[in-house]
Design a protein around this ligand. Structure first.
Ligand code: BGP
Length: 484
């Protein structure tokens, strides 16, 4: 018999996905392309080195439209959820999931961003998906923008740099809230809002080699301000419906000082402030924190604000925090040996093991993070992503013996249960991901996170058939017994 963990009866166990990583069907029913679907697959010799995948320019996006070079764009194909959603939702339910986190593709609803009326075909697809979830008794959490701003908005309006995009986004958000509030209680306006700033190319398609990194970073805070305002306006609008809740979503880059040298401790504090607390502070406390003012001054950020912006932020904080947690890293003034992280390079920790992609596995860090966020914000917490990516093949029995995933999940669940005993108000968890999907950062299909194996390779060759891994059966049993 394993170890029994304690969780509240109503705890929301679930799985998370994102439109461009699962749906496919990129050119049907009026959909436009988002920038995520304009990033080609690149073979990597070293899976930890993603630099080749980041060579994105406006020209490369334009070239991808006609695809004269015949490249493969994995996020146009996903895992074919668009056609197989009924089977997938049934498998989620049978595993014991209670909540399904998915995203709506803006490109299906307002393909150009500036249409007067939404695309009915797009709405119809999501209505069918939500009906299916309802039929299977699954609660739904929706991300409104999971890195996938429609390319026409970037091409014609300069993306989030342009304040007009706030209104386009709001129009989209209002339509989906009005249409789907009876199916969806939990809404996240932006996925990992802190990554857009660091990786402007992903958020905006911007490229300007004449500017230094600091200059580019400074410019992205204006875009981020527009996203903060857009999110606060969604919160304001949502008050029309008492039964729905709006939360935020941050990639929680948990960091420790490399050692007890005060210079490294201070460095870690400053990195924590600007890489994570800054985002939560604006979205929960409703104001730009004092430390950000010095940072902005030093790197030359001059935010342009419209009158009323600060009031909008102050009056419309989100109601709950969600965050993704995959790993932790170390920080030192003189960054030592580096490991590749989720779209960023992170400091090595000699006490932790890492995945093939260099992501350092740290279950205790999850308890630490949960306590840190609860102490600081005192709003309900939800882990919206957590999981392990691994190279896997089906064995002769048409399954995968993924004991490493079982260990990873079990160890993280144990620390969640400890954090709840510490007094943290944690109300749910959606693993990344219940089913194999295209990787967000490296575009591979072979970086597999699922409990359900999908028969596609990096070039979308395969049957697309679904097979249950050992972790699927383990998870199902965990749902019944809470034993790891
Ligand atoms: C997060 C994203 C997800 C997801 C996950 C794993 O950053 O919100 O979309 O993919 O990380 O990352 P990757 O797919 O790069 O391994």
């Amino acid at each position: 018999m394993g170890k029994k963990l304690e969780f509240p009866q109503e705890f929301l166990w679930g799985g998370a996905t994102a439109a461009t990583q699962i749906e496919g069907a990129y050119d049907v029913d009026g959909k436009s392309l988002s920038i995520m679907e304009m990033i080609p697959f690149v073979e990597l010799e070293d899976r930890k080195d993603l630099s080749k995948t980041r060579n994105l320019t406006m020209q490369s996006f334009l070239d991808s439209i006609e695809n004269k070079k015949g490249l493969h764009y994995p996020k146009r194909f996903g895992n074919d959820f668009y056609h197989r959603y009924k089977e997938d939702i049934r498998l989620f339910k049978e595993a014991g999931l209670k909540i399904f986190r998915m995203s709506i593709a803006w490109t299906r609803i307002f393909p150009n961003g500036d249409e007067k009326e939404p695309n009915q075909k797009g709405l119809e697809f999501y209505r069918n998906v939500f009906e299916e979830c309802k039929k299977q008794g699954l609660e739904v959490m929706v991300t409104m923008n999971h890195f996938d701003t429609p390319f026409p908005i970037i091409q014609n309006y300069n993306g989030w740099k342009n304040r007009e995009v706030i209104d386009m986004y709001l129009k989209y958000a209002k339509v989906i809230i009005d249409e789907f509030n009876q199916y969806v209680k939990y809404w996240l306006p932006f996925n990992e809002i802190n990554l857009g700033v660091l990786f402007s190319a992903i958020a905006t398609g911007e490229e300007d080699a004449s500017k230094s990194f600091v200059e580019k970073l400074a410019a992205t805070y204006q875009e981020l301000h527009h996203q903060f305002i857009a999110q606060a306006k969604v919160v304001e609008y949502s008050k029309k419906y008492e039964h729905i809740k709006i939360g935020c979503m941050v990639a929680d880059t948990t960091t420790y000082p490399l050692d007890c040298n005060p210079i490294n401790v201070l460095e870690n504090q400053q990195k924590e402030q600007m890489k994570k607390f800054f985002y939560y502070d604006v979205m929960i406390k409703g104001e730009y924190p004092s430390y950000s003012k010095r940072f902005f001054k030093e790197i030359g950020v001059n935010l342009e604000m419209a009158s009323g912006d600060l009031e909008i932020l102050k009056n419309n904080p989100v109601e709950f925090i969600t965050f993704s947690y995959y790993m932790s890293s170390t920080i030192s003034k003189e960054m030592g040996e580096l490991t590749e992280g989720n779209l960023m390079r992170l400091g090595k920790n000699p006490f932790l093991k890492a995945t093939d992609w260099g992501w350092q596995i740290d279950p205790l860090g999850l308890r630490y993070t949960l306590n840190q966020l609860w102490d600081r914000y005192q709003v309900p917490l939800f882990i919206s992503e957590n999981g392990i990516g691994v190279l896997e093949k089906l064995n002769a029995n048409n399954t995968v013996e993924d004991d490493y995933r079982i260990d990873y999940l079990g160890q993280h669940f144990e620390q969640m249960s400890e954090a709840i005993k510490d007094g943290v108000d944690l109300f749910g968890y959606t693993m990344w991901t219940p089913i194999d999907v295209v990787s967000a950062g490296s575009n591979e299909f072979s970086k597999r996170y699922g409990m359900i194996f999908v028969d596609y390779d990096d070039y979308h060759n395969g049957t697309g058939d679904r097979y249950l891994k050992k972790s699927y059966h383990w998870f199902k049993n965990f749902m019944e017994t809470k034993e790891i």
